[in-house]
Design a protein around this ligand. Structure first.
Ligand code: FES
Length: 166
């Protein structure tokens, strides 16, 4: 498994917090998804071995919880809230704008590999709906116009990164 040293350290720290090793399966999967962007078959086998489980036990957890992804995502992860306040304030339109701008559909990687857009549940900022998380940054009151600006920002940042790391 190709995980960052910090992730491996966190994994080793988290396991002893549980009286039985197998109980650490959820936190381990969260840590791996945060690092790798998704849970691969290799990750499932790795977690199973780490916690003395069968791969099927880990697989069942991954497929049971909708927050775990089994496919890779784009370089940037755009999460649009679809819960009540955001939905009422135009969150669906916001999401469509991101999809159109990057020529992609929710849950897929855009053709240029830049983004994956997903709907998520309440991001705890209902008073400033509709809200969007781009990677770890929260953006508030994201109407269609602001969504377009954010798409532009992502493109600028991506082309800046490419010119620094051709
Ligand atoms: S409903 Fe969108 S942040 Fe709460």
């Amino acid at each position: 498994m190709n995980l960052k040293p910090d992730t491996l350290r966190s994994i080793d720290e988290v396991i002893p917090h549980y009286p039985v090793k197998r109980s650490a399966v959820l936190p381990l999967l969260h840590l791996i998804q945060e690092d790798a962007g998704y849970i691969s078959n290799e990750a499932i086998e790795w977690v199973a071995q780490k916690l003395s489980l069968q791969p099927i036990n880990v697989f069942e957890v991954v497929t049971f919880y909708p927050m775990f992804r089994q496919k890779p995502i784009g370089r940037r992860h755009v999460k649009v809230c679809r819960t009540l306040s955001c939905a009422l304030m135009g969150g669906y339109k916001t999401c469509e704008t991101f999809e159109q701008e990057f020529n992609t559909h929710r849950g897929e990687i855009s053709p240029d590999g830049e983004v994956t857009i997903e709907f998520v549940e309440c991001l705890a900022s209902c008073g400033t709906a509709p809200v969007v998380m781009i990677d770890d940054d929260l953006h508030e009151r994201v109407d269609v116009a602001k969504a377009r600006q954010l798409c532009e920002m992502i493109r600028r940042q991506e082309s800046g990164d490419r010119s620094q790391n051709p």
